[in-house]
Design a protein around this ligand. Structure first.
Ligand SMILES: C[S@@+](CC[C@H](N)C(=O)[O-])C[C@H]1O[C@@H](n2cnc3c(N)ncnc32)[C@H](O)[C@@H]1O
Length: 278
């Protein structure tokens, strides 16, 4: 008979430590039910009778792809096209027009989505550029999108979304223009896909392979980190951002009380950040 799966406190403590060590994400105690939901399929497909059996295996075995799968399953990937709307409006109405002017000699622009999940965020930026800034077609525009999770990056590179995902935030006009129907899903077309360079980057590790950026989207990821991690990542952002560049955080995130080198810049209902004295 199949055993009932469940995550007990001791197993959850181990899982929380495993996730923290590899991603810095802090899993709160109220996530035990989610852990059960996400780990059950992994335990089953790896042939374990319960999540406890899976955890027992993970504890004694050297770090393996099963550890990676477990960690990636426990980290939130929630995202959508044009999430929160306003940051994209600010990019369209204020920041990109300004950057088009200030970078008109070098004609290059670097944008980074630093925790891009399944790709909706960078593809939203790519569509926004394609729709509104035709002059950038002759520039060197680097749109780098990264995540630590190979699972989400694989999906992001494929650019294939189900009905539910495609309906979240994406206007039908953009869907019809930039996506092709694939069975009941929709897949981004090559024109937009080629604008985005996906890379696997764990924010805790070195960023030395990256260029300096004019705009950094670091949205809805700091919220999962503890204060020390937030501070150390904002310090790295400071070094990665051009002196007059802009940083976007999620709506529940801020630099305030974490890094005083940033100042808030408000446009209508949206806020982004730039370095003092920019
Ligand atoms: C909630 S999603 C946010 C996606 C998108 N930025 C948005 O706002 O819609 C958070 C993403 O952060 C990624 N993440 C978590 N810890 C990370 C780390 N240490 N390095 C890189 N990515 C990480 C997760 O894999 C997940 O895809």
């Amino acid at each position: 008979m199949k055993q009932t799966m469940g995550v007990n406190t001791i197993d959850f403590k181990y899982l929380r430590q495993l996730v923290y060590e590899h991603s810095a994400v802090v899993l709160h105690g109220d996530k035990t039910y989610l852990a059960e939901l996400y780990l059950q399929p992994i335990a089953e497909s790896a042939g374990f009778a319960s999540i406890s059996e899976l955890v027992k295996h993970l504890r004694i075995q050297p770090f393996s792809s099963l550890h990676v799968q477990t960690i990636e399953a426990l980290v939130t990937n929630e995202t959508s096209f044009f999430r929160d709307t306003q940051p994209f409006e600010v990019l369209k109405q204020f920041l990109l027009p300004e950057l088009v002017k200030t970078r008109s000699v070098e004609r290059s622009l670097n944008i980074w989505c630093a925790a891009c999940s399944n790709g909706q965020e960078p593809y939203s930026i790519a569509m926004l550029i394609r729709e509104n800034f035709p002059m950038l077609a002759n520039w060197s525009v680097k749109l780098i999108a990264s995540d630590f999770s190979s699972k989400v990056l694989e999906r992001a590179r494929e650019g294939r979304y189900n009905q539910l995902e495609i309906r979240r935030g994406l206007p039908n006009t953009l869907r019809d223009k930039y996506f092709q129907k694939l069975d009941s899903d929709w897949q981004i077309n090559n024109q937009i896909r080629q604008m985005v360079e996906f890379r696997q980057i764990n924010l805790l590790q070195s960023w030395s392979s990256l260029p300096e950026f004019d705009v950094i989207f670091l949205r809805n990821v700091l919220i999962y980190f503890d204060i020390a991690t937030k501070k150390s990542l904002l310090k790295k952002v400071r070094q990665q951002l051009r002196p007059d560049g802009y940083l976007f955080l999620g709506s529940g995130e801020t630099t305030i009380n974490l890094d005083e080198s940033f100042e808030r810049v408000s446009f209508n209902k949206a806020t982004c950040y730039r370095l003092h004295n920019a």
